[in-house]
Design a protein around this ligand. Structure first.
Ligand code: ADP
Length: 588
């Protein structure tokens, strides 16, 4: 059974009150009894002494019952007590309440024994003669020679003392009941105030269990409870500070981890996921809530990653590995796995996934570029070398062919020069080595001038070029030479990949915040499969045709780099055998 402190305090008060009252009553009654008896005894002694004057010792000594009995009756009326006269041998000589002849010998009565020894004897006991509790007092009746000739015994019932005790007890019980009622009321009030801070402390700790440490108990007393409240307030304040510091740290760490571009997974020793960050959610198309406490393999379904984790957990050593995933998006990661330790024991592991897809792609692009460059350079060089060898072997003297051979060598040397120029240009653009000179330029003018430079080729290929720019266009901030280069490359391609009697239309669209230039031709067009890669370096639909036409495969790549350096975009729409539209935008 749960008894609260207030009830316990009230019970204690009640017990205390009962105890105090009981002790007091006991002592009081004992004392009262004792005093009353002593008083009664004194009274009886006095009465006995008076009677000894009335019934003198010589009369008793004669031992004549007939003489003594009437005297005893008179003495009884005077003293209102029971009077007994006893001979030295214990024989009753007279008794006020009974016939002495039928009374037994009184020699063994304690008061008689004492009186026979010359003392005043007293004894309280139940009298079967009177059916009452009696106090007997006996004194020796002495002659002049101080000789004991008999005993005078006076007795009174002790009922008066008992009645008094009962009356006092009755009143005391009333007092006790009143005191107990008062104790309950006062006890409740005082217990309420004494236990109030304890209740507050209790409520405060209950709140703290729920995580609320920001409470304060009012300190109203300077006693132990007040000091406990003070200490608790201090403890709570410190605890709140600690919790806040931990929370801040945790928030910081969570913010860092969740904002990391690298994927982070923390697992326990059983490979169960403790934490994943946003990047992991994206990489594996999962949610943190669904992954928590699941086995890694079950959550992300990647055997390789699970193996790296298991190896780290088993060995307790950091691991590094490359990981390729195909779904949801094809990616390559460098995985760094480190064991989590606590007191030198491995308790889990953290996996950090660093996305190296672009890096790998760039590496591949670089490798591809080097192999492309060497291949592209090798082709004209081989031709040049071959024709020089042919000339040296005697063709130099061959008047029909020597000039033709030399012009082929020149053509290849030109191509080589053009290739090297384009590579250098591209490399400069990529490395941002060249600073573009931005200034307001009038695009229609650049376009018209560029088209003019192509007049001979246009005429030769029987292609007509129309510049459809009506109205005035706002000037754009651009590098004039580079934009001219873009136009050259696009018009050059539009001529090269056009058909006989084809047309080229150059137009400009003014949009809200950019200008869109289109170069449209009626040429061979592009297969739709090649469209996404057409701006890549050395990407050509038909390599032989491009080479024959003096192309390097870098023209569109240069266009893309220049336009992107102008914060614009490039694109192409094309239908095979119908023509292509290459476009670029320049922000206004
Ligand atoms: P090049 O013209 O030197 O080959 P580019 O980078 O300028 O290199 O062009 C790459 C490839 O794009 C060309 O080889 C060709 O296959 C295709 N191409 C470019 N312009 C056009 C066009 N106007 N019509 C059809 N194909 C084109």
């Amino acid at each position: 059974m749960k008894i609260n402190v207030s009830t316990k305090l009230i019970i204690n008060y009640l017990l205390l009150v009962v105890l105090v009252f009981s002790c007091t009553t006991f002592i009081l009654l004992y004392k009262l009894n004792y005093e009353s008896k002593a008083q009664l005894e004194n009274e009886l002694v006095t009465k006995a002494q008076l009677i000894s004057e009335f019934i003198p010792a010589p009369v008793i000594h004669q031992g004549n019952t007939n003489q003594i009995q009437p005297l005893v009756q008179i003495a009884k009326q005077k003293s209102r007590a029971r009077i007994t006269v006893i001979a030295k041998d214990g024989k009753v000589l007279g008794d006020s309440e009974s016939d002495p002849e039928i009374m037994e010998n009184h020699l063994t009565r304690p008061e008689v024994i004492d009186a026979l020894q010359g003392k005043t004897g007293a004894s309280t006991r139940y009298s079967y003669t009177l059916q009452k509790n009696m106090l007997y007092v006996a004194i020796p009746a002495k002659t002049n020679q101080r000789e004991i000739s008999g005993i005078i015994r006076v007795a009174l019932p002790v009922t008066t003392v008992n009645t008094l005790t009962v009356n006092i007890l009755k009143n005391l019980w009333i007092g006790i009941i009143v005191a107990l009622l008062l104790t309950i009321i006062l006890g409740y009030v005082s217990a309420y105030f004494i236990t109030k801070p304890i209740r507050q402390i209790n409520a405060m700790t209950q709140e703290a269990i729920k995580g609320n440490w920001s409470q304060k108990i009012p300190v109203t007393t300077q006693d132990e409870i007040g000091s406990l409240a003070k200490s608790l307030n201090l403890l709570f304040q410190q605890q709140q500070g600690n919790i806040e510091a931990i929370k801040n740290e945790q928030n910081k760490i969570t913010a860092i981890i969740s904002s990391m571009s690298e994927g982070v997974i923390a697992c326990d020793l059983d490979s169960r996921i403790l934490l994943i960050n946003k990047s992991i959610e994206k990489i594996f198309a999962v949610t943190a809530a669904n992954c928590r406490n699941k086995m890694l393999l079950e959550a992300v379904r990647n055997n390789e990653l699970d193996e790296i984790l298991n190896l780290t957990l088993r060995s307790g050593q950091p691991q590094q590995s490359e990981l390729s995933i195909l779904v949801p998006v094809q990616k390559i990661f460098q995985v760094y796995a480190s064991p989590l330790t606590n007191e030198d024991k491995t308790v889990g592991a953290v996996l950090v996934l660093h996305d190296i897809t672009t890096l790998k792609h760039l590496e591949n692009v670089r490798k591809e570029f080097i192999s492309n460059v060497s291949h592209e350079l090798k082709t004209p060089l081989t031709s040049i070398k071959g024709f020089i060898e042919t000339l040296l072997a005697g063709a130099l003297e061959d008047k029909n062919n020597n000039r033709r051979f030399l012009s082929i060598i020149q053509e290849h040397a030109d191509r080589l020069g053009k290739l090297i120029n384009d590579i250098l240009e591209l490399s400069k653009l990529e490395s941002k080595e060249i600073q573009l000179e931005f200034k307001p330029v009038a695009l229609p003018e650049i376009i018209r001038k560029t088209v003019e430079t192509f007049t001979p080729q246009l005429a030769k290929s029987k292609i007509t070029c129309a510049v459809n720019i009506t109205g005035s266009l706002p000037a754009v901030r651009a590098d004039q030479d580079k934009i001219a280069q873009v136009m050259i490359n696009l018009i050059d391609n539009a001529i090269k990949f056009n058909k006989e009697n084809g047309t080229i239309t150059i137009s400009a669209d003014l949009q809200i915040d950019f200008l869109k230039i289109k170069v449209q031709d009626t040429g061979i067009g592009l297969p739709s499969a090649d469209l996404p890669r057409i701006f890549e370096r050395f990407y050509r639909v038909d390599k032989a045709r491009s080479r024959d036409l003096g192309g390097t495969g870098l023209g569109l790549s240069i266009v893309k780099h220049i336009i992107e350096a102008h914060h614009g975009q490039v694109g192409v729409e094309s239908i095979q055998e119908q023509g292509s539209t290459f476009w670029f935008t320049l922000p206004l």
